[in-house]
Design a protein around this ligand. Structure first.
Ligand code: ADP
Ligand code: MG
Length: 690
């Protein structure tokens, strides 16, 4: 049955353009001719002229018009690559990879040769590379190594409207760089939003609009949104499948988990329908999807079948998938939010903005008239999304800026400045970690931490492992925490207990999740990195191979900063201390009701149900990797520790009273208040035991 209110139909009028009727060609067959079909092609020469004449150019154009894939090629054709590389940044890893692979294909070159990409922990470029796609975060890192970006002739900051933290920081840095390098060309490109703001920020840079082709999109919305968004979305997909003419469907979901659930449910529903319904092909796309599967989403559906793309908001503007005629939009996305008051960081499912809603709807009208099914009322949405710089933990970028010699971060040329409070928090954390000194200047330790492309707490843990002679173990743990996807495989319901049993085999010491990750890796290594072993033990072998790759890179970086690889396999306390050296701000103590309270902070937090310590006899003190907010504030990846380590490792951060409070029915020691000396601390602890 229809869940949509027919009366509320809206039809947008837009210029209609002759549709491309050539559906039979495969991606591989697309070549030069295809490039000429893109809206941007008509403006090629004019565009090049403006780039030549304007050092900074703001380009706005409808998504799918060809900005990302074509402009770097035009620049190459015009000879810019003779002076240096063309760098193009993307806020998302998948976009960088996918676009690079497309451009390599169009140019008929091998990916990684003339055209390459660079994302964290994965460099697919070579000496030959002249067109380089990369995440915005990677260009920030390149600035650390090459502050003038001397090897580049053009930098294109693409998808600028996304306003990611790294993009915003890049804005300030490249704006400054343009003054020092008159030969450098800067292109700021974005989907239609905010162009004026970009232009103003870049000293009234010229705005060059590229008209796109757009067909009318009929928008239908639900008057009374239902609570189960996923279920409604799935029902809508089937409703489209059974009542609408052929054409592919794009469903916007919040993340990998939701996409996987949707995939399972869709397949089940297909089975139930049996032969009554024609086939649908399900194509997921999200940032951790294995590379081999990413290409599938661009393959046209076979004749008579319908492709259903399940995507995160990566498909909103970063990626354009041809053939979409229907968009199902539940109206949510995951954004990270950080509360500087509490230092809590979490990924939250949040309603999208009106601007996003428009973009999403537009995806159905690229190659013909489209329909967008909105599972919400657009009136309830905010106009635009708050830029990440206003809602992110700034510790990592502040450290990068300090390392670039930008000491006064308060006066950095932010397009939208963050709150003073969140800058203060970032500085405080970096100071506590030892990355900044009392004058707020970067320390030797800070410089070493910057070498690692990970958050400051993790890099402190890695660099800090030198002291405890366990760098071998620590980089394994760090790599296992950085794969971006789960290590343990959770099968469907009836097999879950088998997987859980297998997982508990790695918790022999019952010390916690970090140690278990170490055990998993080491056992896998003993088994000659066998994927069969992974399969038998409910371990994701893809994640493991990625961990091995990351680990190798971390080992290389340790070597670079002169830290020897030393192993301390029999001293788990050393490993735990190194973890605490980086993550002491994430320590928590047990409370009477079984929950935990963050040390020095008022929040109550809980052990994550996926932790091996969940449901086990509770440990008094834990250090955790991160907090995730779902129904509660959950600590993900926890490991037990000793409270005295806190004052030993971070005496400037913790006072004795912080660790004494949790010890039951004990009178406050008068001596503890007057001093924070280590000897004294051990004394009081002994007393506590008596
Ligand atoms: P814009 O950056 O203006 O949004 P793009 O340059 O990303 O536009 O896209 C131009 C065209 O290239 C679109 O038709 C899109 O479908 C196609 N395209 C981009 N990446 C790929 C890919 N990996 N595989 C197949 N087609 C692609
Ligand atoms: Mg693009």
């Amino acid at each position: 049955e229809f869940v949509f209110d027919e009366v509320a139909r809206l039809v947008e009028t837009c210029d209609e353009v002759e549709a491309e009727k050539d559906e039979s060609r495969t991606v591989a067959e697309r070549g030069k001719e295809d490039r000429k079909m893109l809206p941007i092609y008509a403006y090629r020469d004019e565009l090049l002229k403006h780039i030549e004449e304007n050092q900074i150019l703001v380009i706005v154009g409808e998504t799918g018009s060809g900005k990302t894939t074509q402009i770097p090629q035009y620049l190459q054709e015009a000879g810019y690559t003779k002076r240096g590389k063309i760098g193009c940044t993307q806020p998302r890893r998948v976009a960088a990879m996918s676009v690079a692979s497309r451009v390599a294909q169009e140019l008929g070159v091998k990916l990684g040769h003339e055209v390459g990409y660079s994302i964290r922990f994965e460099d697919c470029t070579s000496e030959k590379t002249v067109i380089k796609y990369m995440t915005d975060g990677m260009l920030l890192r390149e600035l650390l190594i090459e502050p003038t970006l001397g090897s580049y002739s053009v930098i294109m900051v693409d998808e600028a409207h996304e306003r990611t933290l790294s993009t915003d920081i890049l804005f300030g840095l490249v704006k400054d760089l343009a003054k020092a390098r008159p030969d450098l060309r800067l292109i700021i490109s974005s989907a239609t939003l905010e162009a004026k703001k970009f232009s103003e920020y870049f000293d009234s840079a010229m705005i060059y609009p590229i008209p796109g082709r757009r067909y009318p999109v009929e928008k239908l919305f639900q008057k009374c949104p239902e609570p189960d968004r996923l279920e409604t979305a799935i029902r809508t997909v089937f409703q489209i499948h059974q009542t609408e003419p052929l054409g592919d469907v794009l469903v916007f979901l919040t993340g990998q988990e939701e996409i996987e659930t949707a995939e399972t449910k869709l397949k089940q529903r297909m089975k139930d329908l049996g032969s009554k319904s024609s086939e649908i092909i399900i194509c997921p796309i999200y940032s951790n999807l294995p590379t081999e599967l990413q290409a599938k989403v661009f393959e046209p559906a076979a004749k008579g079948t319908r492709k259903v793309v399940l995507a995160t908001n990566i498909a909103e503007t970063s990626l354009t998938i041809d053939g979409i005629r229907y968009v199902v939009d539940p109206g949510y996305c995951k954004i990270n939010s950080y509360d500087p008051k509490t230092g809590m960081e979490s990924l939250l499912e949040t309603p999208i903005s009106k601007a996003s809603a428009e973009q999403r709807a537009g995806r159905s009208g690229r190659t013909g008239p489209g329909k967008c099914f909105r599972l919400y009322n657009v009136k309830d949405l905010e106009a635009t999304t708050v830029p990440e710089v206003k809602r992110a933990n700034l510790a990592s970028v502040v450290l990068t800026l300090k390392s670039l010699g930008i000491n006064d971060v308060y006066h950095f040329d932010f397009m939208d400045p963050p709150s003073d409070n969140s800058l203060v928090k970032a500085l405080e954390l970096l100071y506590a970690l030892g990355a900044l000194d009392a004058k707020s200047e970067i320390t030797k330790l800070g410089e070493r931490m910057v070498e690692f492309p990970v958050d400051p707490m993790l890099s402190k843990m890695i660099v800090g492992s030198e002291k405890y002679k366990c760098s071998v173990e620590i980089i394994t743990i760090a790599a296992m925490l950085s794969t971006g996807s789960s290590i343990f495989y959770r099968p469907s319901k009836n097999q879950q207990y088998l997987a859980d049993n297998a997982r508990m085999n790695f918790y022999t010491e019952k010390a916690g999740d970090h140690i278990a990750l170490l055990r998993v890796y080491n056992t896998w290594k003993e088994m000659d990195y066998s994927s069969q072993w992974c399969y038998e033990n409910y371990i994701q072998s893809k994640s493991m191979r990625r961990a091995r790759d990351i680990r190798e890179q971390l080992a290389g970086l340790l070597k670079k900063i002169g830290v020897e690889l030393t192993s301390n396999p029999d001293d788990l306390d050393a490993v735990k201390k190194a973890i605490v050296a980086g993550f002491f701000p994430h320590s928590a103590k047990l409370q009477k009701d079984g929950s935990y309270k963050r040390v020095r902070e008022p929040q109550t937090v809980y052990v994550h149900p996926n932790s091996g310590l969940f449901g086990a006899p509770p440990k008094k003190w834990l250090v955790y990797h991160e907090l995730v907010l779902t129904t509660k504030e959950y600590m993900r990846h926890v490991t037990e520790m000793k409270p005295e380590w806190l004052v030993e490792i971070a005496p400037h951060y913790f006072k004795l009273k912080d660790i004494e409070e949790a010890q039951p029915k004990k009178t406050q020691s008068r001596r503890s208040k007057s001093t924070k000396s280590l000897v004294l601390k051990v004394d009081t602890n002994k007393k506590a035991k008596r």
